[in-house]
Design a protein around this ligand. Sequence first.
Ligand code: AMP
Length: 281
Amino acid sequence: MITIQHPEQMQAKAIELRQQGKRLVLVPTMGFLHEGHLSLMRIARQRGDVIITSIFVNPSQFGPQEDLEAYPRDFEQDEGLCRNEGVDILFYPGIETMYLPDVSVYVDETLLSRGLCGLTRPTHFRGVLTIVAKLFNICLPHAAVFGEKDAQQLRLLRRMVRDLNFPVEMVSGPIVRESDGLAMSTRNKYLTDNERREALCLRHSLDLAEECYAGGERDVSTILDAMQGVITGSSSGVIDYLAAVDDENLEAIDTIDRPALIALAVRFGEARLLDNTVLGL
Ligand code: AMP
């Protein structure tokens, strides 16, 4: 595995590898890697010849009051994990090489980014789309792998690839969970022991939604009310949103008569946790 820190060097390497006929697959991350990230690297391995993993805590996707400073980092541990997974290139750029002081161009999306996380994080997706567009231009991957845990992000990135004609195949990997069902997340580190126990209600509420749907329930408010009951009845979690939206365009729906994304964001102390499931596929 080689580690590259400078974008120009990374781009030159990518061009060289493409000229050799290699198929490049990128797994973008913000580091502090866990099994969720590693599962994407294994998917990447099946999809190409050269796996590139990027580690970059992207400041432009954090709001002014958010956890950019506190976000966990452990480069040495990440490096070892990447090596073990057979990553070929670790791209680990510095902030100053990724954002020049007078940066003035960003990628904005105007529909899918408005609801769900966009309601409380109005500049978040602009930051995500911009950094992924930059990573695509720097790493020149044939394919890129993203996790279904960040459901809105994944749909937005697919939309960006479609609308801006990026020649990148978008691949997704299923949500990886702890053995008790909590979706793995770097931000789980913020949970106290009690919050960690309480956070299991997220998976339980999604289980209930799946059971309701399997039992023939199609009314969204009935399903969401039942989910809300599970969360508020068994935890101190503060619901940021709990929503059922069209899986494709993320518009709110009343009835599950097409594939529906059931998505939630709930705060437990310092941690804002996301989880989701898709019904009616
Ligand atoms: P992050 O480092 O949190 O920005 O995540 C990097 C990538 O890993 C994104 O595509 C995430 O969706 C994905 N990811 C994070 N957690 C999980 C998980 N529990 N299961 C699957 N993918 C995940």
